[in-house]
Ligand binder design. Structure first.
Ligand SMILES: C[S@@+](CC[C@H](N)C(=O)[O-])C[C@H]1O[C@@H](n2cnc3c(N)ncnc32)[C@H](O)[C@@H]1O
Length: 351
């Protein structure tokens, strides 16, 4: 073998080892969240030793060598940094801009999302992807015997884990939407958030645009757990049956959960619900771009497989796929507004 070819083989081997152990990073991250390591460091207000981290862990006898190995892995991935004091003192650990997203009580936190995506219930369907390719079907159903929304309706613990995860990402994405899409809500008198979960997003929109009458629409078992929110009424129902009337519809991370056939049904119900011609559907969803090198692009592609693992025929779509879908549902015009986060805003106008 030529030396160049030998090098390429070794590089290929290294890549397979790395990818094979991709789950190790997820599990180390989950461990850091469960042990509240970021919170412990944060509460000290500065860099701390391994023993100080250990003494903050909820355990009477934490295993220090285990903790050291977890920290080594997390430092290597820049989740935390470590300092070696010049005086030869003990190694100190500090937060980075990355671990700030792992603080439980921060205004913006990814903790519930890390816990939900790495929960055994959510990991089980990932083992069924090969089976799905061979014979079709729904990975979540193969793993759990029913689809995810049914599983949530029968399992209050999963329902809470899932809704909390949605609420935490919604807060992050809503912050970007409210900053970047200020004029988008100007001419909207009433707005229904379809699949709005427990109503956090519509409450944020109404807070920023108090002229809007907000309606949070989701399945009955979801709105049943929603808190009272000022300026928002909660409505339980099924978007495949009917959607409450409003000037405009907001729909974030809903259409990617469903197949094209399902999406057309939902979008047709959106059309019925928008009574004025000047109304619009504000879709917040990923737009896949082939050769993009954007900061969130790897995550957008990961989301597509996530939809395969957890949803009923859901997928991420390219602009062409969105155009086709919207046209088929009677939305002849649309506009894509890119924002600095994972999804984009797609405004769709009824004809
Ligand atoms: C991926 S979550 C997105 C939640 C929220 N929009 C967000 O971005 O955080 C999808 C939402 O659709 C809701 N949903 C699923 N099937 C539904 C149906 N048939 N009618 C109304 N809502 C539904 C789920 O309960 C869930 O809250």
């Amino acid at each position: 073998m030529e030396p160049k070819e030998t090098l390429a083989m070794v590089q290929g081997q290294a890549q397979i080892w790395q990818q094979m152990f991709g789950f190790v990073d997820s599990m180390a991250l989950k461990c850091a969240v469960e042990l509240r390591i970021a919170d412990i460091i944060h509460s000290h207000g500065g860099p701390i030793t391994l023993f100080q981290i250990a003494s903050g862990i909820d355990s009477s006898s934490p295993d220090i060598p285990y903790l050291a190995r977890i920290m080594r892995s997390l430092v290597r991935k820049n989740i935390f940094t470590e300092y070696h004091p010049l005086d030869g003192g003990e190694t100190l650990y500090e937060l980075t801009q990355t671990s700030r997203w792992l603080l439980h009580d921060a205004e913006q936190s990814l903790v519930p999302m890390v816990l939900m995506e790495n929960h055994l219930w959510q990991l089980a369907p990932w083992h069924c992807l090969g089976q799905c390719v061979k014979e079709g079907g729904i990975a979540f159903k193969k793993a759990h015997g029913c689809e995810m929304w049914d599983f949530a309706s029968k399992n209050p613990e999963f329902n809470k884990i899932f809704n909390d995860a949605m609420a935490c990402t919604a807060k992050i994405v809503m912050g970007v939407i409210l900053a970047e899409y200020k004029d988008g809500f100007n001419c909207v008198g009433s707005l229904v958030d379809v699949g709005g979960g427990t109503g956090g997003m519509i409450a944020e929109i109404v807070k920023a645009h108090p002229h809007i009458k907000g309606i949070n629409f989701d399945l009955l078992h979801v709105v049943a757990t929603a808190p009272v929110r000022q300026g928002v009424s909660h409505v339980g129902g099924d978007m495949f049956e009917a959607i409450p009337n409003a000037d405009a519809i907001f729909m974030k991370w809903v259409l990617h959960d469903w197949s094209d056939e399902h999406c057309i049904k939902i979008l047709k119900n959106c059309r019925k619900a928008i009574q004025q011609k000047s109304g619009k559907v504000i879709i917040v969803d990923i737009v896949l771009e082939k050769d993009s090198t954007d900061l969130f692009d790897e995550t957008r592609v990961a989301f597509d497989l996530l939809m395969m693992a957890h949803t009923t025929g859901g997928k991420e779509r390219t602009e062409l796929e969105w155009k086709k879908l919207l046209e088929e549902a009677g939305f002849g015009r649309y506009k894509i507004i890119k924002i600095p986060t994972i999804p984009s805003i797609i405004e769709a106008y009824p004809e």
